[in-house]
Design a protein around this ligand. Structure first.
Ligand SMILES: Cc1cc2nc3c(=O)[nH]c(=O)nc-3n(C[C@H](O)[C@H](O)[C@H](O)COP(=O)(O)OP(=O)(O)OC[C@H]3O[C@@H](n4cnc5c(N)ncnc54)[C@H](O)[C@@H]3O)c2cc1C
Length: 235
């Protein structure tokens, strides 16, 4: 049961929303279309093309306390409490246990950059090599005559290097040598992925807990593992 306090404002998104959008995609729409902060406590409702499905996003704070038992109680920093029969921790790095799962994964820092590229320059595919450290390339559709080429890789174990700028420079040199038609850089970013020993994600019941589940250990395959975890959680 998720109690919604009476002072929470509710926004209805008119028109159709692509129901494949996840929390992050819907939050981006709130930010970019409405110009509002999706973390500010208001509730946003979206409807799909057929009108028989809605998605709601509501951020009422971060979970700061977890009580497990016959039911799971999640206490948020906003003061509210959510009670449920089961809980899935899909926080990338699990927050419900600090040892049992973390000791079976290694955090790696990874890097990515986006460049403009004229549509049709490269066939639309996901490319990657088998080197260590590896590189990968994909296209993201843009508007007009331009797409975005995303290049990523040059990972290292977290804490074992502090040379991010050199890694971005290497990424750019690698892709410009392969694709000289590349235009200007649009963005660069970096973050952590959690590697398991066999690169297979942990989408499992949390050790020692009957009604708590985790989805983690994506090993840079979060898009695939995320969809898989969503499907498995419905079983
Ligand atoms: C630079 C970079 C490039 C990548 N490239 C790729 C790629 O090309 N292909 C690919 O498949 N994957 C890639 N990944 C990995 C992928 O992004 C992640 O594996 C994936 O986003 C994990 O999804 P998730 O939903 O489990 O976690 P996240 O997307 O991290 O979402 C977790 C959510 O939990 C919320 N949360 C955390 N703590 C709390 C709390 N206490 N209370 C409430 N909410 C909380 C966070 O706010 C967040 O919204 C890349 C990652 C990085 C950093």
């Amino acid at each position: 049961m998720i109690p919604v306090p009476s002072q929470v404002r509710i926004w209805l998104a008119v028109g159709r929303t692509d129901m494949r959008s996840g929390m992050q995609g819907l939050a981006l729409q709130v930010q970019e279309t409405l110009g509002r902060d999706p973390h500010a406590g208001d509730l946003y409702v979206f409807r799909g093309r057929s009108g028989n499905l809605i998605k709601i996003i509501w951020h009422d704070g971060l979970v700061i306390e977890i009580e497990e038992g016959n039911q799971v109680r999640l206490k948020c920093d906003s003061g509210s409490t959510v009670t449920a029969s089961n809980a899935v921790f899909a926080t990338n790095s699990p927050i419900n246990t600090w040892v049992k799962i973390h000791s079976k994964m290694a955090p790696y820092r990874t890097y990515a950059m986006a460049f403009d590229i004229s549509k049709g320059t490269l066939p639309d595919a996901l490319y990657w090599d088998m080197d260590d450290p590896y590189y990968y390339v994909r296209l993201n559709p843009g508007t007009g005559k331009t797409d975005r080429l995303i290049v990523g890789g040059r990972d290292h174990r977290s804490g074992e290097a502090d040379d991010g700028e050199a890694r971005f420079t290497a990424l750019e040199a690698w892709i410009r040598a392969l694709v000289p038609e590349l235009s200007r850089e649009r963005a660069r970013w970096s973050g952590q992925v959690l590697e398991t020993i066999d690169y297979c994600g942990f989408i499992v019941r949390s050790p020692g807990n009957g009604n708590v589940f985790v989805a983690t250990g994506d090993s840079g395959q979060g898009m695939t593992h995320g969809a898989l975890a969503g499907l498995l959680s419905m079983i």
